[in-house]
Design a protein around this ligand. Structure first.
Ligand code: AMP
Length: 398
């Protein structure tokens, strides 16, 4: 089923973009769109969301069709910054206004089982996985995948929520008690060398541009630090380990594979806009963990660190404009600000540091902003990161 029900109008300044979700991603989309003369309207259940400080926000539930009707009136295009928008609402809107990325991409990304099955069908490697709907299923899945393994809810999980690590057979009952009752997926636990992500953008004519591969560091399931382009694995003491690559090729081999995977996924979905795929690197090979049909936290560095940011390129794609170059301008690090705000003046005293605050109230584990550090070379970047490390109490570990 094609999701492009509505013909898109040609670009003209003053077009109004409707965004489902009014969090920081929506806010950064609007910030990238104002120079193009765009207007924005947001839709979110939470009042006073980060994007509402920039443009009108409708506060309503995604299943409130009367509110969606009012939201859609006068919009030129609709996109989303929140991947758990109900697919039915996105499809309903797509009958009235062009919606990009296509709602079928939402559908594929919302369910971890559908997502991994989609990857498998395209030949994109994944960790082993199996559907789990009962304790008996879980026992059978553990017998075939073996331990350690990760039990996850198929829907609604984010930032590591709705997950249970199974180390030994005695953990099965506890995992089932913690998560059972909703559809689940068991995945083999991947002892990865590192976590990477690939972000690409596809235009309305099928042209694709990809950003350099990014190295990501999580703690408690939350992204803390991204490094772009990926540094050599040497600093992890693993050059060539598990592979025949004794000489670091700048990540070119991994990047070719990653771009191939994201391009295949985009083509299969008739995708328009930015798509991110989170990957595990293990023994010089990549396994796909999940995809996000939207701009992505591991792409925030592109605002200052790439020729064209992921936010601007997403807007260019959905508006039928030519895509901008995705080349990195140097070496960048992106640090999420989580839970507590650092002293802004201290952060900005570090050369190459750019502070982005989302206008949110501080709360434990909440993403309040991010810092992008830019430098011409990796050594300068490392020095600047060390300076930031002394200023930020909760500094991400590499
Ligand atoms: P997710 O919500 O799937 O992105 O998972 C959050 C984090 O949990 C990931 O970024 C990984 O650090 C870790 N994780 C998820 N799935 C696995 C897995 N199959 N093996 C090892 N670590 C995992």
């Amino acid at each position: 089923m094609s999701d492009h029900f509505k013909q898109s109008p040609p670009f003209h300044p003053g077009m109004t973009v409707g965004i489902l979700g009014a969090g920081q991603l929506g806010r950064m989309l609007a910030l990238a769109g104002y120079p193009l003369g765009l207007r924005f309207r947001f839709f979110d259940l939470a009042p006073d969301a980060p994007a509402s400080h920039l443009a009108a926000q409708m506060v309503a539930d995604y299943n409130d069709y009367a509110a969606l009707e009012r939201f859609a009136t006068g919009l030129d295009v609709v996109t989303y910054e929140f991947e758990n928008v109900p697919v039915a609402a996105a499809r309903w809107l797509a009958e009235r206004v062009p919606v990009y990325p296509p709602p079928q991409a939402l559908e594929a990304a919302q369910d971890r089982l559908a997502e991994k099955t989609f990857f498998r069908k395209l030949g994109i490697p994944t960790p082993p996985f199996a559907a789990v709907n009962s304790l008996a299923d879980l026992q059978a899945a553990v017998a075939s995948i073996s331990l350690p393994a990760v039990l996850k809810t198929r829907r609604g999980g984010y930032d590591g929520k709705g997950q249970f690590l199974l180390r030994e057979p005695a953990d099965l009952e506890a995992a089932w008690t913690a998560l059972g009752g909703v559809p689940l997926i068991l995945e083999g636990f991947v002892a990865f060398d590192r976590e990477l992500s690939i972000i690409a953008v596809r235009d309305r004519d099928g042209g694709i541009m990809a950003y350099p591969l990014v190295e990501n560091h999580h703690r408690e399931g939350i992204l803390r630090l991204s490094l772009a382009p990926i540094p050599p694995p040497l600093q992890h003491g693993r050059v060539g380990q598990g592979s025949n690559r004794q000489i670091w090729d700048g990540g070119a081999t991994l990047e070719v594979d990653a771009i191939g995977y994201v391009a295949q996924a985009m083509q299969a979905l008739n995708y328009v806009g930015v798509l991110a795929i989170e990957l595990f690197e293990v023994g010089g090979k990549l396994l796909a963990n999940e995809m996000a049909p939207r701009v992505h936290n591991s792409g925030h560095w592109t605002i200052e660190g790439a020729v064209t940011s992921q936010f601007e390129n997403h807007l260019r794609a959905i508006l039928g404009l030519p895509l901008g170059a995705t080349t990195a301008l140097g070496h960048s690090a992106m640090l999420n600000i989580i839970g507590t705000l650092p002293d802004p003046a201290a952060v900005l005293s570090v050369s190459g540091a750019h502070l982005h605050l989302y206008g949110k109230q501080a709360r434990a584990n909440r993403k309040l902003g991010h810092i992008t550090l830019c430098a011409a070379d990796p050594e300068t970047l490392a020095r600047r990161l060390a300076r930031l490390q002394r200023l930020i109490t909760d500094f991400p570990q590499q």
